[in-house]
Design a protein around this ligand. Structure first.
Ligand SMILES: [Zn+2]
Length: 118
């Protein structure tokens, strides 16, 4: 059929057969799924690495439990503000971003408070 433009998700060859078919054969299906899985694993590994690095940075900057640092200090060390494990909002509406047991709170003028949860 001329209007049938469906292609195999793996090899891009035109597909023949059932309308819900996505792959030529099992080989293409397996190859595609393996690549997808590998890229998911990479994503998880990269996020885990960023979280671990953030944690290491907060730990090194805050040996005594509470510490105020400038945003630049965090950035220079390679802190990635995109990643945290959870948040905590106080009754006063202060929003802490936690990386495991260490949390940061944005203060005025690019200062951050680093705290450690007991
Ligand atoms: Zn194929």
């Amino acid at each position: 059929m001329e209007n049938n433009k469906r292609k195999c998700l793996e090899c891009q060859e035109p597909l023949i057969g059932r309308a819900d078919k996505k792959f030529c054969d099992d080989h293409c299906r397996n190859a595609y799924n393996n690549k997808l899985k590998a890229s998911n694993n990479n994503l998880i590994r990269n996020v885990n690495n960023s979280l671990r690095k953030n944690h290491r940075i907060l730990e090194s900057l805050n040996p005594d439990g509470v510490k105020k640092v400038k945003k630049d200090t965090l950035l220079t060390k390679g802190f990635n503000f995109k990643y945290h494990t959870h948040t905590y909002k106080t009754k006063e509406n202060a929003l802490y971003h936690f990386c495991y047991d260490y949390g940061i709170l944005a203060l005025d003028n690019d200062w951050f408070l680093i705290v450690k949860r007991d």
